[in-house]
Design a protein around this ligand. Sequence first.
Ligand SMILES: *[C@@H]1O[C@H](CO)[C@@H](O)[C@H](O)[C@H]1NC(C)=O
Ligand SMILES: *[C@@H]1O[C@H](CO)[C@@H](O)[C@H](O)[C@H]1NC(C)=O
Ligand SMILES: *[C@@H]1O[C@H](CO)[C@@H](O)[C@H](O)[C@H]1NC(C)=O
Length: 346
Amino acid sequence: MSLCFCLLMVRLLSLNIRGVCVMERIKGVLGERCDILCLQEVHWENETRVQAEKLWGGSAFYAEGPRRTAGVAVFVRGGVFDNVTLREVDPAGRFLMVDLEWAGKQLRLISIYASNDQVERQSFFHSLRPFLNDFSLLVGDFNTVLSPADLSVRNVFRNDVGRKELFSIMSDYGIIDVWRVLNHGKRDFSKRQLVKGVLKQSRTDHVISACSVTRLINGVTYIPHAWSDHAWVEVVFDGVKVRNGGGMWILNNSVLGEIGYQKRIKSLLSYHREQMDDAVDIFVWWEDLKTKIKSSTITYCKKRTWDTREDERDVRAVLKREASLLAEDPNRDAMIYSAALSFEAI
Ligand SMILES: *[C@@H]1O[C@H](CO)[C@@H](O)[C@H](O)[C@H]1NC(C)=O
Ligand SMILES: *[C@@H]1O[C@H](CO)[C@@H](O)[C@H](O)[C@H]1NC(C)=O
Ligand SMILES: *[C@@H]1O[C@H](CO)[C@@H](O)[C@H](O)[C@H]1NC(C)=O
Protein backbone atom coordinates (compact mmCIF):
# COMPACT_ATOMS: atom_id res chain seq x y z
CA MET A 1 0.00 0.00 0.00
CA SER A 2 1.51 3.30 -1.01
CA LEU A 3 1.26 6.03 1.56
CA CYS A 4 2.77 9.46 1.53
CA PHE A 5 1.94 12.61 3.39
CA CYS A 6 3.30 16.09 3.61
CA LEU A 7 2.60 19.07 5.80
CA LEU A 8 2.76 21.78 3.23
CA MET A 9 3.73 25.26 4.16
CA VAL A 10 4.65 27.93 1.64
CA ARG A 11 6.38 31.10 2.81
CA LEU A 12 6.37 34.27 0.74
CA LEU A 13 8.48 37.32 1.54
CA SER A 14 8.29 40.75 -0.01
CA LEU A 15 10.60 43.75 0.43
CA ASN A 16 11.24 47.12 -1.13
CA ILE A 17 15.04 46.98 -1.43
CA ARG A 18 15.43 50.67 -2.27
CA GLY A 19 17.52 50.10 -5.37
CA VAL A 20 20.27 48.29 -3.46
CA CYS A 21 22.95 46.82 -5.77
CA VAL A 22 25.59 45.90 -3.18
CA MET A 23 26.18 42.17 -3.51
CA GLU A 24 26.58 41.59 0.23
CA ARG A 25 23.14 43.03 0.87
CA ILE A 26 21.56 41.19 -2.05
CA LYS A 27 23.08 37.98 -0.66
CA GLY A 28 21.41 38.64 2.67
CA VAL A 29 18.01 39.17 1.03
CA LEU A 30 18.26 36.10 -1.22
CA GLY A 31 19.45 34.02 1.72
CA GLU A 32 16.14 34.41 3.57
CA ARG A 33 14.29 31.15 4.02
CA CYS A 34 11.28 31.40 1.74
CA ASP A 35 9.66 29.82 -1.31
CA ILE A 36 8.62 33.01 -3.08
CA LEU A 37 10.53 36.27 -2.86
CA CYS A 38 9.05 39.50 -4.24
CA LEU A 39 11.33 42.53 -4.46
CA GLN A 40 10.56 46.11 -5.39
CA GLU A 41 12.88 48.88 -6.59
CA VAL A 42 15.19 46.45 -8.30
CA HIS A 43 17.62 48.04 -10.76
CA TRP A 44 20.30 45.42 -11.24
CA GLU A 45 22.90 45.23 -13.98
CA ASN A 46 23.06 41.96 -15.93
CA GLU A 47 26.09 40.86 -13.94
CA THR A 48 24.26 41.31 -10.64
CA ARG A 49 21.30 39.36 -11.99
CA VAL A 50 23.48 36.46 -13.02
CA GLN A 51 25.04 36.33 -9.56
CA ALA A 52 21.65 36.69 -7.87
CA GLU A 53 20.17 33.84 -9.88
CA LYS A 54 23.11 31.61 -8.98
CA LEU A 55 22.64 32.42 -5.30
CA TRP A 56 18.91 31.78 -5.45
CA GLY A 57 18.97 28.57 -7.43
CA GLY A 58 15.37 28.76 -8.68
CA SER A 59 13.42 30.80 -11.20
CA ALA A 60 13.81 34.56 -11.38
CA PHE A 61 11.55 37.03 -13.18
CA TYR A 62 12.06 40.75 -13.65
CA ALA A 63 10.03 43.71 -14.82
CA GLU A 64 12.24 46.69 -15.39
CA GLY A 65 11.19 50.28 -15.89
CA PRO A 66 12.86 52.65 -18.32
CA ARG A 67 15.95 54.52 -17.05
CA ARG A 68 16.29 52.54 -13.84
CA THR A 69 12.90 53.56 -12.45
CA ALA A 70 10.41 51.25 -10.73
CA GLY A 71 11.56 47.62 -11.10
CA VAL A 72 10.08 44.48 -9.56
CA ALA A 73 11.47 40.96 -9.32
CA VAL A 74 9.95 37.64 -8.32
CA PHE A 75 12.04 34.65 -7.27
CA VAL A 76 10.42 31.22 -7.05
CA ARG A 77 12.06 28.27 -5.31
CA GLY A 78 12.55 25.17 -7.44
CA GLY A 79 10.83 21.91 -6.51
CA VAL A 80 8.07 23.48 -4.41
CA PHE A 81 5.42 24.18 -7.03
CA ASP A 82 3.80 21.90 -9.56
CA ASN A 83 3.55 24.67 -12.12
CA VAL A 84 5.08 28.15 -12.41
CA THR A 85 3.98 30.22 -15.40
CA LEU A 86 5.08 33.79 -16.07
CA ARG A 87 1.94 35.59 -17.27
CA GLU A 88 2.74 39.25 -17.62
CA VAL A 89 5.73 41.56 -17.41
CA ASP A 90 4.92 45.26 -17.16
CA PRO A 91 7.21 47.24 -19.46
CA ALA A 92 6.99 50.15 -16.99
CA GLY A 93 8.41 47.89 -14.26
CA ARG A 94 5.38 48.33 -12.00
CA PHE A 95 4.17 44.73 -11.83
CA LEU A 96 4.91 41.12 -12.60
CA MET A 97 2.33 38.37 -12.79
CA VAL A 98 3.13 34.70 -12.14
CA ASP A 99 0.64 31.81 -11.92
CA LEU A 100 1.58 29.13 -9.41
CA GLU A 101 0.12 25.73 -8.59
CA TRP A 102 0.82 23.42 -5.70
CA ALA A 103 -1.09 20.60 -4.02
CA GLY A 104 -4.16 21.31 -6.14
CA LYS A 105 -4.09 24.97 -5.14
CA GLN A 106 -3.88 27.86 -7.54
CA LEU A 107 -2.36 31.27 -7.04
CA ARG A 108 -2.07 34.24 -9.35
CA LEU A 109 0.74 36.26 -7.80
CA ILE A 110 0.84 39.91 -8.82
CA SER A 111 3.92 41.61 -7.45
CA ILE A 112 3.31 45.35 -7.19
CA TYR A 113 5.36 48.52 -7.02
CA ALA A 114 2.93 51.42 -7.37
CA SER A 115 3.99 54.94 -8.24
CA ASN A 116 4.20 57.63 -5.56
CA ASP A 117 2.06 59.86 -7.75
CA GLN A 118 -1.65 59.39 -7.01
CA VAL A 119 -2.83 59.96 -10.58
CA GLU A 120 -0.33 57.44 -11.96
CA ARG A 121 -1.38 55.06 -9.20
CA GLN A 122 -5.00 55.39 -10.21
CA SER A 123 -4.38 54.41 -13.83
CA PHE A 124 -1.95 51.72 -12.72
CA PHE A 125 -4.48 50.03 -10.40
CA HIS A 126 -7.09 50.38 -13.13
CA SER A 127 -4.77 48.64 -15.61
CA LEU A 128 -4.68 45.54 -13.37
CA ARG A 129 -8.40 44.83 -13.78
CA PRO A 130 -8.19 42.50 -16.81
CA PHE A 131 -5.74 40.24 -14.94
CA LEU A 132 -7.69 39.74 -11.73
CA ASN A 133 -9.38 36.43 -10.99
CA ASP A 134 -10.54 34.36 -8.01
CA PHE A 135 -6.99 33.21 -7.34
CA SER A 136 -5.31 36.61 -7.26
CA LEU A 137 -2.89 37.69 -4.58
CA LEU A 138 -1.42 41.17 -4.87
CA VAL A 139 1.71 41.82 -2.84
CA GLY A 140 4.17 44.66 -2.64
CA ASP A 141 4.60 48.38 -2.18
CA PHE A 142 1.26 50.03 -3.00
CA ASN A 143 2.53 53.49 -1.98
CA THR A 144 -0.77 54.19 -0.26
CA VAL A 145 -2.41 53.44 3.06
CA LEU A 146 -5.89 51.89 3.10
CA SER A 147 -7.34 53.67 6.12
CA PRO A 148 -6.35 56.24 8.77
CA ALA A 149 -5.56 53.27 11.03
CA ASP A 150 -2.58 52.61 8.75
CA LEU A 151 -0.89 55.86 9.78
CA SER A 152 0.87 57.05 12.90
CA VAL A 153 -0.51 60.25 14.40
CA ARG A 154 2.49 62.07 12.91
CA ASN A 155 1.12 61.49 9.42
CA VAL A 156 -1.78 63.17 7.71
CA PHE A 157 -4.42 61.00 6.03
CA ARG A 158 -4.92 62.49 2.58
CA ASN A 159 -7.39 61.86 -0.17
CA ASP A 160 -5.92 59.69 -2.87
CA VAL A 161 -7.54 58.92 -6.22
CA GLY A 162 -5.23 55.90 -6.45
CA ARG A 163 -6.65 54.45 -3.24
CA LYS A 164 -10.14 55.13 -4.50
CA GLU A 165 -9.50 53.02 -7.59
CA LEU A 166 -7.85 50.34 -5.46
CA PHE A 167 -10.96 50.16 -3.23
CA SER A 168 -13.10 49.97 -6.29
CA ILE A 169 -11.22 46.97 -7.71
CA MET A 170 -11.17 45.35 -4.27
CA SER A 171 -14.91 45.61 -4.04
CA ASP A 172 -15.50 44.51 -7.66
CA TYR A 173 -13.32 41.40 -7.33
CA GLY A 174 -13.98 40.51 -3.68
CA ILE A 175 -10.38 41.28 -2.75
CA ILE A 176 -9.56 42.00 0.88
CA ASP A 177 -6.71 43.42 2.95
CA VAL A 178 -5.58 40.18 4.59
CA TRP A 179 -3.41 41.76 7.30
CA ARG A 180 -6.30 43.93 8.44
CA VAL A 181 -8.73 41.03 8.54
CA LEU A 182 -6.31 38.94 10.58
CA ASN A 183 -5.31 41.83 12.86
CA HIS A 184 -8.55 43.37 14.01
CA GLY A 185 -8.14 46.77 15.61
CA LYS A 186 -4.35 46.52 15.64
CA ARG A 187 -1.83 48.99 14.34
CA ASP A 188 1.39 48.08 12.61
CA PHE A 189 3.53 49.81 10.03
CA SER A 190 5.52 48.70 7.03
CA LYS A 191 7.37 51.94 6.37
CA ARG A 192 9.26 54.08 8.84
CA GLN A 193 10.93 57.31 7.82
CA LEU A 194 12.60 59.99 9.88
CA VAL A 195 11.66 63.33 8.37
CA LYS A 196 13.32 66.30 10.11
CA GLY A 197 13.51 64.45 13.39
CA VAL A 198 9.93 63.17 13.24
CA LEU A 199 9.29 59.46 12.78
CA LYS A 200 6.64 58.99 10.13
CA GLN A 201 5.11 55.52 10.08
CA SER A 202 2.64 54.04 7.68
CA ARG A 203 1.36 50.74 6.34
CA THR A 204 1.77 51.02 2.57
CA ASP A 205 3.01 47.50 1.81
CA HIS A 206 0.01 45.25 1.45
CA VAL A 207 -1.15 41.71 0.92
CA ILE A 208 -4.57 41.79 -0.68
CA SER A 209 -6.24 38.73 -2.09
CA ALA A 210 -9.35 37.22 -3.58
CA CYS A 211 -11.43 34.84 -1.50
CA SER A 212 -9.97 31.53 -2.73
CA VAL A 213 -6.47 32.69 -1.83
CA THR A 214 -7.38 34.34 1.47
CA ARG A 215 -8.60 30.95 2.66
CA LEU A 216 -5.11 29.53 2.17
CA ILE A 217 -3.33 32.24 4.14
CA ASN A 218 -2.27 31.42 7.65
CA GLY A 219 -0.74 34.73 8.55
CA VAL A 220 0.65 38.04 7.34
CA THR A 221 3.42 39.70 9.37
CA TYR A 222 5.54 42.81 9.05
CA ILE A 223 9.14 42.23 10.07
CA PRO A 224 11.34 45.34 10.42
CA HIS A 225 14.38 45.40 8.18
CA ALA A 226 17.84 46.74 8.92
CA TRP A 227 18.75 48.83 5.91
CA SER A 228 15.46 49.37 4.10
CA ASP A 229 12.95 51.83 5.54
CA HIS A 230 10.35 49.25 4.48
CA ALA A 231 9.64 46.14 6.51
CA TRP A 232 9.65 42.61 5.20
CA VAL A 233 6.13 41.42 4.48
CA GLU A 234 5.72 37.75 5.29
CA VAL A 235 2.81 35.65 4.02
CA VAL A 236 2.46 32.07 5.20
CA PHE A 237 0.24 29.64 3.35
CA ASP A 238 -0.56 26.40 5.07
CA GLY A 239 -2.26 23.18 4.14
CA VAL A 240 -2.34 19.50 4.79
CA LYS A 241 -2.24 17.02 1.96
CA VAL A 242 -2.45 13.29 2.20
CA ARG A 243 -2.05 10.76 -0.52
CA ASN A 244 -3.26 7.34 0.45
CA GLY A 245 -3.44 4.65 -2.16
CA GLY A 246 -4.51 6.72 -5.24
CA GLY A 247 -7.02 8.86 -3.42
CA MET A 248 -6.28 12.25 -2.11
CA TRP A 249 -7.85 13.78 0.92
CA ILE A 250 -7.71 17.55 1.22
CA LEU A 251 -9.02 19.53 4.16
CA ASN A 252 -12.09 21.56 3.25
CA ASN A 253 -10.61 24.87 2.19
CA SER A 254 -13.56 26.88 3.37
CA VAL A 255 -12.92 26.01 7.02
CA LEU A 256 -9.15 26.33 6.59
CA GLY A 257 -9.53 30.09 6.31
CA GLU A 258 -11.27 30.44 9.64
CA ILE A 259 -9.07 31.63 12.46
CA GLY A 260 -10.72 29.50 15.12
CA TYR A 261 -10.22 26.42 13.02
CA GLN A 262 -6.62 27.33 12.21
CA LYS A 263 -5.79 27.74 15.89
CA ARG A 264 -7.36 24.40 16.70
CA ILE A 265 -5.51 22.52 13.98
CA LYS A 266 -2.22 24.35 14.50
CA SER A 267 -2.00 23.30 18.12
CA LEU A 268 -2.92 19.77 17.15
CA LEU A 269 -0.20 19.71 14.48
CA SER A 270 2.51 21.20 16.64
CA TYR A 271 1.77 18.67 19.36
CA HIS A 272 1.94 15.86 16.83
CA ARG A 273 5.09 17.19 15.16
CA GLU A 274 6.84 16.91 18.52
CA GLN A 275 5.59 13.36 18.89
CA MET A 276 6.90 12.53 15.44
CA ASP A 277 10.58 12.57 16.49
CA ASP A 278 10.06 9.61 18.76
CA ALA A 279 7.49 7.84 16.64
CA VAL A 280 8.94 4.63 15.26
CA ASP A 281 5.93 3.73 13.20
CA ILE A 282 5.05 6.63 10.95
CA PHE A 283 1.95 4.84 9.75
CA VAL A 284 0.49 4.63 13.24
CA TRP A 285 1.51 8.25 13.89
CA TRP A 286 -0.23 9.44 10.77
CA GLU A 287 -3.40 7.38 11.26
CA ASP A 288 -3.67 8.80 14.76
CA LEU A 289 -3.19 12.37 13.56
CA LYS A 290 -5.63 11.91 10.69
CA THR A 291 -8.34 10.65 13.02
CA LYS A 292 -7.75 13.55 15.39
CA ILE A 293 -7.87 16.12 12.60
CA LYS A 294 -11.10 14.61 11.34
CA SER A 295 -12.85 14.55 14.67
CA SER A 296 -11.58 18.00 15.53
CA THR A 297 -12.87 19.30 12.19
CA ILE A 298 -16.27 17.74 12.69
CA THR A 299 -16.58 19.25 16.16
CA TYR A 300 -15.57 22.62 14.80
CA CYS A 301 -18.04 22.55 11.93
CA LYS A 302 -20.89 21.57 14.24
CA LYS A 303 -20.23 24.62 16.36
CA ARG A 304 -20.44 26.94 13.41
CA THR A 305 -23.92 28.25 13.01
CA TRP A 306 -25.50 29.99 10.09
CA ASP A 307 -26.41 32.92 12.33
CA THR A 308 -22.81 33.85 12.98
CA ARG A 309 -22.02 33.63 9.30
CA GLU A 310 -24.78 36.08 8.51
CA ASP A 311 -23.56 38.49 11.18
CA GLU A 312 -20.16 38.27 9.60
CA ARG A 313 -21.54 39.31 6.24
CA ASP A 314 -23.22 42.35 7.79
CA VAL A 315 -20.00 43.38 9.48
CA ARG A 316 -18.08 43.05 6.22
CA ALA A 317 -20.59 45.37 4.53
CA VAL A 318 -20.12 47.96 7.28
CA LEU A 319 -16.36 47.67 6.97
CA LYS A 320 -16.50 48.16 3.24
CA ARG A 321 -18.76 51.20 3.49
CA GLU A 322 -16.78 52.78 6.32
CA ALA A 323 -13.47 52.19 4.58
CA SER A 324 -14.61 54.09 1.52
CA LEU A 325 -16.16 56.89 3.60
CA LEU A 326 -12.90 57.16 5.55
CA ALA A 327 -10.99 57.24 2.32
CA GLU A 328 -13.06 60.22 1.16
CA ASP A 329 -13.46 62.22 4.33
CA PRO A 330 -10.37 63.21 6.34
CA ASN A 331 -12.51 64.33 9.29
CA ARG A 332 -14.50 61.15 9.64
CA ASP A 333 -14.03 59.33 12.91
CA ALA A 334 -12.68 55.80 12.50
CA MET A 335 -14.76 54.64 15.49
CA ILE A 336 -17.36 52.72 13.49
CA TYR A 337 -14.67 51.11 11.39
CA SER A 338 -12.72 49.98 14.45
CA ALA A 339 -15.87 48.77 16.15
CA ALA A 340 -16.80 46.70 13.09
CA LEU A 341 -13.28 45.25 13.00
CA SER A 342 -13.50 44.12 16.60
CA PHE A 343 -16.86 42.51 15.86
CA GLU A 344 -15.35 40.59 13.00
CA ALA A 345 -12.91 38.97 15.40
CA ILE A 346 -15.71 37.07 17.09
C1 LIG B 1 21.88 42.77 -20.59
O1 LIG B 1 20.88 41.84 -20.94
C2 LIG B 1 19.99 42.30 -21.92
C3 LIG B 1 18.93 41.25 -22.15
O2 LIG B 1 18.89 40.35 -21.12
C4 LIG B 1 20.75 42.55 -23.23
O3 LIG B 1 19.87 43.04 -24.20
C5 LIG B 1 21.86 43.56 -22.95
O4 LIG B 1 22.64 43.71 -24.10
C6 LIG B 1 22.72 43.08 -21.80
N1 LIG B 1 23.69 44.11 -21.48
C7 LIG B 1 24.97 43.86 -21.32
C8 LIG B 1 25.81 45.03 -20.98
O5 LIG B 1 25.42 42.73 -21.41
C1 LIG C 1 1.41 24.88 -16.52
O1 LIG C 1 0.34 25.78 -16.73
C2 LIG C 1 0.24 26.23 -18.08
C3 LIG C 1 -0.84 27.27 -18.15
O2 LIG C 1 -1.90 27.03 -17.31
C4 LIG C 1 -0.03 25.04 -18.99
O3 LIG C 1 -0.09 25.48 -20.32
C5 LIG C 1 1.10 24.04 -18.82
O4 LIG C 1 0.83 22.91 -19.59
C6 LIG C 1 1.28 23.64 -17.37
N1 LIG C 1 2.48 22.83 -17.25
C7 LIG C 1 2.48 21.70 -16.56
C8 LIG C 1 3.79 21.01 -16.47
O5 LIG C 1 1.49 21.27 -16.00
C1 LIG D 1 -16.73 22.76 2.58
O1 LIG D 1 -17.47 23.59 3.45
C2 LIG D 1 -18.45 24.36 2.82
C3 LIG D 1 -19.05 25.33 3.82
O2 LIG D 1 -19.24 24.76 5.07
C4 LIG D 1 -19.49 23.45 2.18
O3 LIG D 1 -20.48 24.19 1.53
C5 LIG D 1 -18.81 22.54 1.19
O4 LIG D 1 -19.70 21.62 0.67
C6 LIG D 1 -17.64 21.80 1.83
N1 LIG D 1 -16.89 21.10 0.82
C7 LIG D 1 -16.61 19.82 0.90
C8 LIG D 1 -15.82 19.26 -0.23
O5 LIG D 1 -16.95 19.14 1.84
